[in-house]
Design a protein around this ligand. Structure first.
Ligand code: IP8
Length: 273
């Protein structure tokens, strides 16, 4: 265990010094399209096609392999709340499992369609392709960057997942970000939401440009069954601790996404890796 930790520290320091060169080599970007930006969270089962299209358009200018994960917004979360389904594996109503699952497949095809419309090459990647129960299948996960390097964009999503013993659970897109980062060590992880980044608190809405200490956020959108902003921050911390820079950006201004990717002056919140 002691040796493993030492190995991790050494690898992270090497990555730190190699960072400028890694950026030049353009290794891979992991991106989460939050439910708040790809759906209208106030209106059940309503996609926000315009904002998906605007993001797709901005990704056309990125010439680095990208892996996308998207959240549930007013699709998956709407049904999860209705059927009282959560991240804990349980014997949930099979009507609920079916409704959540189908709504996520529907939202995923809307994202795929919009990416196609803009000349991108999306590749549908259900989490059941690389998860068994609540564990990732390492060998399967390791194939994903190879798919991304062909020019395809693997697009995965939060989902209702079979756990075994008649149990299911809700796997959030944020958790998928953590899982994929741990195994794939992307150059950057970007969380795209409908706000400018992480705020100091929900009252003053002062934007935090950089976060160095873990700090729970109290005000949450109640519709989220997977933990909303606190969950994102938790994942962002553990991703950055392993050496990947994590950005939170507002997807309503897609230029900010490309600025983060290209290392240009950036507006949002960064967790330095
Ligand atoms: O929006 C949750 O993914 P998230 C997906 O990333 C479902 O938390 C099925 C509610």
């Amino acid at each position: 265990m002691y040796q493993l930790e030492n190995f991790e520290i050494t690898t992270n320091s090497v990555r730190y010094f190699l960072k400028p060169f890694i950026a030049l080599v353009k290794i891979m970007i992991l991106m989460k399209l939050g439910g708040s930006i790809i759906t209208n969270k106030e209106k059940p089962l309503t996609p926000n096609r315009n904002s998906i299209r605007r993001i797709a358009l901005s990704l056309k200018n990125v010439d680095e392999p990208i892996i996308v994960v998207h959240g549930g917004g007013s699709f998956g979360h709407y049904w999860s709340v209705k059927y009282d389904m959560h991240t804990k594996p349980q014997r949930y109503s099979i009507n609920g499992v079916s409704a959540v699952k189908n709504s996520m497949v529907e939202l995923n095809s809307i994202v795929l369609e919009s990416f196609l419309e803009y000349g991108l090459k999306p590749y549908c990647l259900p989490p059941s392709d690389y998860m068994i129960g609540n564990k990732p299948l390492t060998k399967k996960v390791e194939e994903i960057p190879k798919i991304a390097k062909t020019g395809l964009i693997p697009i995965s999503y939060g989902d209702a997942i079979w756990f075994g013993k008649n149990k299911f659970y809700i796997l959030s897109g944020d958790r998928i970000m953590g899982i994929l980062s741990k195994l794939l060590r992307p150059r950057l992880a970007i969380f795209i939401t409908n706000v400018d980044g992480v705020y100091s608190d929900m009252k003053s809405k002062r934007l935090l440009n950089e976060i160095t200490k873990e700090k729970p956020i109290t005000s949450e959108v109640t519709m989220d069954v997977t933990g909303g902003m606190s969950r994102k921050i938790k994942e962002a911390f553990s991703i950055s601790k392993r050496g990947t820079d994590v950005f939170f950006v507002n997807g309503n201004i897609p230029k900010r996404i490309t600025n983060a990717i290209n290392g240009k002056s950036f507006e949002g919140t960064i967790f330095r890796g």
